[in-house]
Design a protein around this ligand. Structure first.
Ligand SMILES: [Zn+2]
Length: 202
């Protein structure tokens, strides 16, 4: 994120959906997918926070790790400043590759939120394609076994002061697509269905 990010106007207030911000483009190579997802959102859509110049994903290579951590830290620091107390959840959209496509990993520190999201995904027939992963770090003590009802635990480059300090509640969403360059329309539609489940009340 360099300078101000572009922000779409929030939609009309709707009492049946959570107050959510959807962040697209933290990794610049994934911005096109984020745009494809955002373009199809309608109705109770979250506010879009578009990062025009994100961190190059390529800098995840081991020899660029220091730069990568610094760049990630800076982008998430700005994100925290821009979103603090402005919404109840912050969905950080990412895009990865998987031969099968239309699958997702959901990352959050709040196990209760993950379980509730799992129930809403199941009600929509999506749970089989979404793994629920609890974000942890050293401050949480030794790595615990997989929490009940969840699919795993993970560390993250996202700074703790973003993922452990709601509001907004940090939710990382990695969508796996089968496409090579351009996102397939069905992958973007799948992402929107998961986002709708995350932002639904109840
Ligand atoms: Zn990413």
């Amino acid at each position: 994120m360099s300078g101000a990010s572009e922000r779409a106007p929030p939609g009309a207030a709707d009492s049946t959906s959570r107050d959510a911000i959807l962040v697209i483009g933290v990794h610049r190579e994934e911005l096109a997918f984020g745009d494809a997802v955002a373009a199809g959102l309608e109705g109770e859509a979250p506010e879009i926070l578009r990062i025009p110049e994100g961190v190059p994903r390529a800098c995840s290579a081991p020899n660029r790790r220091f730069y990568s951590e610094t760049a990630h830290h800076e982008i998430y620091r700005q994100l925290r400043q821009e979103t603090r107390r402005r919404a109840s959840i912050l969905i950080d959209l990412h895009c990865g590759r998987d031969a099968e496509g239309a699958a997702a990993d959901l990352y959050c520190h709040d196990a209760a939120f993950l379980r509730a999201a799992g129930a809403r995904l199941a009600a929509r027939g999506l749970k089989e394609r979404v793994r629920l992963i609890k974000i942890v770090d050293e401050a949480d003590g030794p790595l615990e076994a997989r929490p009940p009802d969840l699919d795993g635990i993970a560390h993250t480059w996202v700074p703790r002061d973003l993922w452990a300090a709601a509001p907004p509640l940090y939710v990382g969403l990695e969508i796996y697509t089968a496409g090579d360059a351009a996102a397939l329309p069905e992958d973007a539609a799948f992402a929107r269905a998961v986002i709708a489940a995350l932002t639904a009340e109840g």
